[in-house]
Design a protein around this ligand. Structure first.
Ligand code: FDA
Ligand code: NAD
Length: 434
């Protein structure tokens, strides 16, 4: 079988891989030294587009428009860019076996790839309802969204089931973004999730109240406190109904499921130390195995700011961890050192004409400020999280770039707060003063 050898191999061709390639090029990489191996058929792209503009009925985003690194305002790396830099893009190639001791990867087609340094950037996969043996969950037109191929199948179904009924299972990121985009496509949308409010991992009840009210105003029906326990399908095998645990039955032409992700670490089980469901790394994204790094969704890394170790499934960290790992690789080759990763968590989402940003940690007491009435023509509100007398997290809906910068600064600086009532009254102006 064919065998190829590279000095550096990035396994995975997503966000982290693309930003790592740009950093390798910046630091200096010789032709044929670096390869990216990806099971996707396209060069690295900004994955967040898939649940937003990619699904718009008009003016939809399409490749090559959103290849990395446009999502952070950087240069767009087209396939030609990799060619010019001598970086080999090995696409449509799934690695099915990794032997870290022998520094060897083997693809589904049996190709062998050798490396000196490996960067694991395999990201996450979706949790499926079939994993829990939910009855009928293998029916057609039940969709998950992770890769561009998944989004293409959903686009086809949106066209085929024009103006139909969509049920969204899950009230997290995918649930909220897909609920909105299916409504924009003129579907009759119902969202179902088990918790008392949407996005419970991050939102307080007060924050969620605004988004649930806004979605209701747009005509989206929300069913909370229950789960999908089964699906029925028609004679073509296409989904027809969603059966809920509370006994209700919802009609559906399309079901989109977003019930969480799982980091793709299976190839390395037993070969590398893991922690909190991810591959354990140091502040330079080095794993327990020499010459093996892990970045993006799969890495469990030291969060210096909170003296803790964490895994983060968001695009900003995927970009920054990849750049940090490349800087560390290059520095160690030159016998130099680099600064430790000192990450401030940053998450965001957009739907309809809404846009929020969050920085820091969502622990402790919360203080909601501003106008969070979903009926307001231009609602603008936020929340602070306060722990041990200091602000540790900040959320803002509808902020300007400068205001978003201000809440990022507050979360980084962690100013002390004495009186929560005064903080509530000051609201955003407190952050703008810091
Ligand atoms: P990523 O998933 O980007 O890439 C992994 C790559 O590895 C894929 O190309 C995959 O095919 C490949 N791969 C895996 N196993 C392989 C194997 N065995 N062989 C070969 N290739 C393999 N975040 C955010 O902050 N804001 C947002 O708005 C969004 N929006 C968003 C929308 C959607 C639809 C998703 C799915 C996710 C988001 N995210 C997000 C999360 C963000 O996109 C995510 O955290 C990053 O893409 C993680 O980057 P990675 O490079 O780690 O994985
Ligand atoms: P998530 O963890 O954000 O949300 C999962 C949700 O699934 C839970 O909040 C819960 O409401 C629901 N749930 C769990 N079990 C259920 C069940 N049996 N029936 C109905 N609902 C159930 O995960 P996600 O929304 O699937 O997102 C997947 C990945 O994609 C995550 O890594 C996420 O960070 C990423 N993503 C991020 C963004 C963003 O940052 N803007 C956007 C899209 C996707």
């Amino acid at each position: 079988m064919a065998q190829k050898s590279f000095k550096y191999v990035i396994l995975g061709g997503g966000v982290a891989a693309g930003y790592a390639a740009r950093e390798f090029a910046k630091q200096g990489v010789k032709p044929c030294e670096l390869a990216i191996i990806s099971k996707e058929a396209v060069a690295p792209y900004e994955r967040p587009a898939l649940s937003k503009a990619y699904l718009f009925p008009e003016g939809a985003a399409r490749l090559p428009g959103f290849h990395v690194c446009v999502g952070s305002g950087g240069e767009r790396l087209l396939p030609e860019w990799y060619k010019e830099k001598g970086i080999e893009l090995i696409l449509s190639t799934e690695i099915v076996k990794a032997d870290l001791a022998a520094k060897t990867l083997i693809s589904a087609a049996g190709e062998i790839f050798k490396y000196h340094i490996l960067m694991i950037a395999t990201g996450s996969t979706v949790i499926k309802l079939t994993d829990f043996r939910v009855e009928g969950a293998d029916a057609q037109n039940i969709f998950y969204l992770r890769e561009i191929a998944d989004a293409d199948k959903l686009v086809e179904a949106i066209k085929a089931k024009k103006n139909g009924k969509a049920v969204i299972v899950g009230g997290g990121y995918i649930g909220l973004e897909l609920g909105a985009v299916m409504k924009i496509n003129n579907f009759d949308v119902t969202m179902v999730y088990p918790e008392p409010w949407c996005m419970p991992r991050l939102f307080s009840a007060g924050i969620a109240e605004f988004y649930e009210g806004y979605y209701a105003k747009k005509g989206i029906k929300i069913v909370k406190g229950t789960v999908a326990v089964g699906f029925t399908s028609d004679s073509n095998g296409e989904v027809k109904e969603v059966k809920l645990k509370d006994g209700r039955v919802l009609e559906a032409d399309i079901v989109v499921v977003g019930v969480g992700g799982r980091p793709l670490t299976t190839l390395f089980k037993g070969q590398v130390e893991e922690e909190k469901g991810g591959i354990k790394t140091d502040a330079f994204f080095k794993t327990s195995v020499p010459d093996v790094y892990a970045v993006g969704d799969v890495a469990t890394f030291p969060m210096k700011l909170y003296n803790d170790v964490r895994r983060v499934e968001h695009v900003d960290h995927a970009r920054k961890s990849a750049e940090q790992a490349v800087r560390a690789i290059k520095a160690s080759e030159e016998g130099k050192s680099t600064d430790e990763y000192d990450y401030l968590p940053y998450f965001y989402s957009r739907s309809f004409d809404l846009s929020w940003q969050f920085y820091g940690d969502n622990v402790g007491d919360t203080v909601l400020f501003g106008d969070n009435n979903p009926e307001s023509p231009k609602a603008k509100f936020g929340s602070y999280w306060i722990k041990d007398g200091k602000i540790v997290g900040a959320f803002l809906e509808g902020g300007s770039p400068d205001e978003n910068k201000a809440i990022a600064k507050v979360a980084r600086v962690q100013p002390p707060v004495e009186n929560l009532d005064i903080l509530q009254k000051e609201g955003l102006s407190f952050a703008c003063k810091i």
